[in-house]
Design a protein around this ligand. Sequence first.
Ligand SMILES: Nc1ncnc2c1ncn2[C@@H]1O[C@H](COP(=O)(O)OP(=O)(O)OP(=O)(O)O)[C@@H](O)[C@H]1O
Ligand SMILES: [Mg+2]
Length: 263
Amino acid sequence: MKTISIINLKGGVAKTISAANIAHILATVHGKRVLLIDNDKQGNISKMFRIHRYENPSIAELLTGRNANIYEIITPSQYETLDIIPANMTLIKANLEVLLDPSRPQQTRLRTALKGIAGDYDYCVIDCAPDINISTINALVASQEVWIPIKIDNFAFDGLAELKEQIENIKEDFNPELSLYGCFVTSYQNNEVNRQGEAWLHEQKDYPVFHTHIRRTEKVDESTFANAPILEYSRRCGAARDYLSLVTEYLETVSDSDTRGGK
Ligand SMILES: Nc1ncnc2c1ncn2[C@@H]1O[C@H](COP(=O)(O)OP(=O)(O)OP(=O)(O)O)[C@@H](O)[C@H]1O
Ligand SMILES: [Mg+2]
C-alpha cells in the first residue's frame, strides 16, 4: 500500500477536494483498491461521502484506543473499491489525549494501525487539516509521499518552507521513506498572477511540481453541495478532466520509475 498525505498549512487550497477526487479516480477509473482517510476535525471528506456520524468510531478512536478495531472504523463508500476512515470533531479531544499519554509512542499510532490492513489496499490517501498537530504528524509518519495543493494568491507560498522542514524532521526522526512527491496548482485561472505563480513554482528546485494544474471551475463548488466527486457531478468540466490528468501523470511517473528501478 502506497500512502499519500495531502497537506498544506494553508486553509482553503483544495486539500479535501483533491484528496476526495484523487482517491475516487484511483478507485473508479483505475480500479485500484483505495483507503481514503479523513484526518481533519471538519469531517469534510466524511460529509462528502455521506458517512459523517457521531455514533460510529472514527480516526479519533484509531489514534487514542489501545484496542481500536480498524475493521470497525473502516467504512465502505458507495464505490466498490473505495473505503473511508471518517473523522468528526472528536478528533480535537483525541489529539489532546494523544499528547497527554506518553505511555505509548505518540507519533506512530496511525502507522501501526495501518500496518495490519496494508495488504488490503493499493493506495491510502490522507486528507489533512491545515495545521501541524499530532494527527498530521501521525499522517506524515504513516506516509511515503506528500502532495501539496497550492492555490495561487498573495499568500500562496506562506508556510511552504515550514512544511518542508517538518517533512525533513519527520523523515529523519521517524520515517526515512517519506518524500515530498509533488506540489500541484489548484483553482487555476488563466491570468497573469496564476501564470507567474506557477512559473515561479516550476523554477524552485527544492519543490517538485506536477505538470498538471487543476482549473478553477464553479462546478467544484456545486459538487460539494451535491456531495459528489467531480467526475460524477460534471464529468466534462475542466477540473474533472484535470484531476483525471493529474492521476494519469502520477501513475505514468510511478510506472516509469518502477521500470527504471527509481523513486
Ligand atoms: N478547482 C476548483 N475550482 C473551483 N473551486 C474550487 C476548486 N477546488 C476547490 N474549490 C473550492 O475551494 C474551497 C476549498 O476547498 P477545500 O475544502 O478542498 O479546501 P481545503 O484546503 O481542504 O480547506 P481546509 O483548509 O478548510 O480543509 C471549496 O469551496 C471548494 O469548492
Ligand atoms: Mg479540507
